[in-house]
Ligand binder design. Structure first.
Ligand code: UT7
Length: 327
């Protein structure tokens, strides 16, 4: 029999502290009305000085393992999609694996911007179908507010912190990872970039003064690419899976802007009830946004079998991906 990969457990964690649009009105020249109308965001959760990405990832993973009924010795690998690791190295995955008590399992980070979680699921599926692993934890975790330019009203209103994790197994029952479509285009990489702090422009006092260690984004251009790529990824993933868009029950999209989510939903012909939206509460948490939404949807009973779910993401790179999950 062919091997399959199933999501058998989910979890998420966001920091307690909430930053509201009213708080942001005191920090930059903006209004609650502009933020809500243009993005759909009302609040976002932000970490304190003592909390880092691995702390959020750890709690999300514990929940995913608990809901899967996994002991530490069951886990064979941990992968983390993040653009805000605790350190450039060692990887956040190594820190999380050790704190989960998993022993000496392989653990590594990878970077696909806000598409990180979808890229992670595709990696997990490939590893499981190859027979290399039977049980793997996939995490999307970010502390974007640590690299936010709080003087830039065009971007600082967008971001929040959080982590989501799933347990992926070769044994169901669960959400079977179906067909997918993914891609990248480095020609437009400068539309969304953290310019300094890497080997191209190492951090100096000057780069820090110029805010070059923070997120720089051409919002309106990124928006246009996101709408096209998320629509196309979803449609191609569905075509590969051989199901019409009329059979989609739920869209769980990256939460970057409610207008992008809405455009993707319209392209699939979905009604508002068929789209999971939590951007109003969390803002854009990059690689964490889809697994947070997935865990919330799971705990709200929205994934009770049978369900055809589509995930769609777009992010820095530029990268994009869509995957069908069948519960
Ligand atoms: O997660 C990875 C992928 N990321 C995304 O997909 C994000 C995609 N981009 C977006 O979500 C939107 O482009 C933004 C929310 C970032 C911006 O919305 P927009 O509708 O594209 O606005 P805009 O950049 O075209 O700016 C429109 C106006 C400008 O004023 P003028 O030049 O028309 O006078 C901006 O200066 O809105 C102004 N503006 C603001 N006004 C009040 C920009 N930011 C703000 C603000 N408050 N916070």
């Amino acid at each position: 029999m062919n091997r399959e990969a199933y999501i058998v457990g989910t979890g998420h964690c966001v920091p307690e502290k909430i930053l509201t649009n009213a708080d942001l009105e005191k920090m930059v020249d903006t209004t609650d009305q502009w933020i809500v109308e243009r993005t759909g965001i009302r609040t976002r959760h932000i970490t304190d000085d003592r909390t880092a990405t691995s702390d959020l990832a750890l709690e999300a993973s514990r929940q995913a393992m608990e809901s899967a009924g996994w002991k530490p010795s069951d886990v064979q690998a941990v992968i983390v999609g993040t653009v805000t690791p605790d350190h450039a190295f060692p990887s956040t995955a190594c820190l999380v694996a050790t704190r989960l008590g998993l022993g000496r399992v392989p653990a590594w980070d990878f970077e696909a911007g806000c598409t990180g979680f979808v890229y992670g699921l595709i990696q997990a599926k490939a590893f499981i179908l190859s027979g290399l692993f039977d049980r793997i934890i996939v995490i999307g975790a970010e502390c974007l507010t640590k690299i936010t330019n709080w003087d830039d009203r065009t971007s600082c209103i967008l971001f929040g912190d959080g982590a989501g994790a799933v347990a992926v197994s070769s044994q169901g029952p669960g959400g079977r990872l179906g067909s997918f479509h993914w891609g990248s285009d480095g020609n437009i990489s400068d539309l969304l970039i953290q310019p300094a702090g890497g080997s191209r422009e190492p951090a100096t006092c000057e780069t820090v003064k110029a805010h070059k260690h923070t997120i720089w984004m051409n919002g309106s251009e990124t928006f246009k690419h996101a709408v096209r790529a998320m629509r196309d990824s979803c449609l191609l993933a569905l075509e590969n899976e051989g199901i019409p868009k009329s059979e989609v029950d739920l869209l769980i999209s990256h939460q970057a802007n409610w207008r992008i989510i809405d455009a993707t939903a319209r392209a699939l012909g979905l009604s508002p009830e068929q789209v999971y939206v939590n951007i109003d509460r969390y803002g854009n948490t990059s690689a964490a946004s889809i697994p947070i939404a997935l865990d919330e949807a799971m705990r709200a009973g929205l994934l009770a079998s049978p369900k055809n779910v589509v995930l769609a993401a777009f992010g820095a790179g530029m990268t994009w991906g869509g995957i069908v999950i069948r519960w």
